[in-house]
Design a binder for this molecule. Structure first.
Ligand SMILES: NC(=O)c1ccc[n+]([C@@H]2O[C@H](COP(=O)([O-])OP(=O)(O)OC[C@H]3O[C@@H](n4cnc5c(N)ncnc54)[C@H](OP(=O)(O)O)[C@@H]3O)[C@@H](O)[C@H]2O)c1
Length: 343
């Protein structure tokens, strides 16, 4: 067997960090060797430092790993997956990249930097080429690669098969799970029996990140796409799984049947990455699907479910925000980097 790549998780005790640990503890290519978090957690065994009240099972192989501080000196790994708060990520991730680490980040801090790939393997794998430009520009031995915001990923996965019809205007209303705000993010008294029609910065992220993702890479830079996106984001009392309602206006005016067929036949050909779902998009046939409780675990949480495809074109999509929308997206990015020889 070839030697596994040593990987670490920054922000390992948090909501997304725990998902990273689950995805990496038994990975065929990666060996989880380091877990980093704040000084509140550093020095403790991982099982004691992370709060497991969410009912997730702690993988035995990592329970006794001692949590380190977030400092390149203490992290024994070649790749770090970052689930840090964005303000901390802005200073920390470049420090790690400068020290030679490959940094795969979930945080928003570096996503819109011109030389940083904002990548979804099924959508814009060619943007990985920005890595070489980034290393040259910044004189780093390592690099930073990012995945989009959780609701943007769900949107991008469903727009990719529709790109062939000429995207013009996309309107989207989201119903986002509370886990999207982090473990301590939303007070129970504020969300139980309620809908909060505001998520700070979320609409702006959906409206801008998508244009970079669908931008054309010309060999030196990404020229952003020019279709229009208008988003309205809402927090709802669901634990995991973002639901999104779409109205998409396209030049070729496809029928609902043509759209359904485009979703069903979407095959990005990633060539057997370990965590790639068999079906990136699953079309739900029932009139009342997709639903978070019934559909968020599809494809191990990596598939996006769509349904209610109607004239307009209107449809509803659902994706697991902490797996497909966060940790799983980062792990798939690094698998692609490995496959393409960047690691
Ligand atoms: N939740 C989602 O669905 C989602 C989706 C996509 C992207 N993201 C992004 O992913 C990142 C993490 O989100 P999350 O939901 O996992 O947040 P979270 O549950 O609040 O976890 C934050 C993590 O960062 C660590 N941390 C906080 N302050 C620190 C400090 N000063 N120094 C070192 N470590 C520190 C925490 O360690 P301690 O436990 O020791 O405090 C914890 O491990 C954010 O940038 C978020 O925007 C989240």
């Amino acid at each position: 067997m070839t030697k596994k790549i040593k990987v670490g998780v920054l922000g390992a005790t948090g909501n997304v960090g725990q998902r990273f640990v689950q995805a990496l503890s038994d990975h065929p290519w990666f060996e989880l060797t380091a877990l980093g978090a704040s000084s509140r957690s550093a020095g403790k065994a991982y099982a004691d430092a992370a709060d497991w009240k969410l009912g997730r099972e702690i993988p035995k192989s990592v329970a006794d790993i001692e949590v380190s501080e977030i400092n390149p000196k203490y992290i024994d790994a070649d790749v770090v997956f970052s689930a840090l708060p964005a303000d901390l990520a802005k200073t920390t991730e470049p420090e790690f990249a400068k020290e030679g680490f490959v940094v795969a980040s979930n945080a928003a801090a570096m996503r819109m930097e011109k030389d940083v790939p904002l990548t979804i393997p099924e959508v814009n794998p060619d943007h990985l080429a920005l890595i070489d430009i980034q290393k040259k520009n910044r004189k780093w031995d390592g690099c930073i690669i990012t995945n989009p915001n959780c609701s943007t990923i769900v949107m991008a996965m469903t727009l990719k098969p529709l790109e062939q019809f000429g995207l013009r205007n996309v309107n989207v209303a989201t119903m986002q799970a509370i886990s999207g705000a982090g473990y301590n993010g939303v007070y129970a008294m504020a969300i139980y029996d309620n809908v909060v029609p505001y998520i700070g910065g979320e609409e702006e992220k959906m409206e801008t990140e998508i244009l970079k993702i669908f931008g054309k890479f010309d060999g030196t830079k990404v020229k952003c796409a020019d279709f229009k996106v208008s988003a309205s984001c809402h927090r709802v009392p669901v634990i995991d799984g973002h639901t999104e309602a779409f109205w998409v206006d396209m030049e070729k005016n496809p029928t609902p049947e043509e759209v359904k067929n485009a979703f069903k036949t979407f095959d990005p050909k990633l060539s057997d990455l370990p965590t790639e779902p068999e079906f990136p998009i699953i079309v739900c046939e029932g009139p009342d699907r997709p639903q978070p409780r019934l559909d968020r675990e599809m494809g191990g949480g990596m598939s996006v479910s769509v349904g209610r495809i109607r004239e307009g074109i209107r449809y509803v999509a659902l994706g697991h925000n902490t797996i497909r929308g966060a940790a799983g997206a980062s792990v798939l990015n690094v698998e692609l980097m490995h496959k393409k020889g960047y690691i």
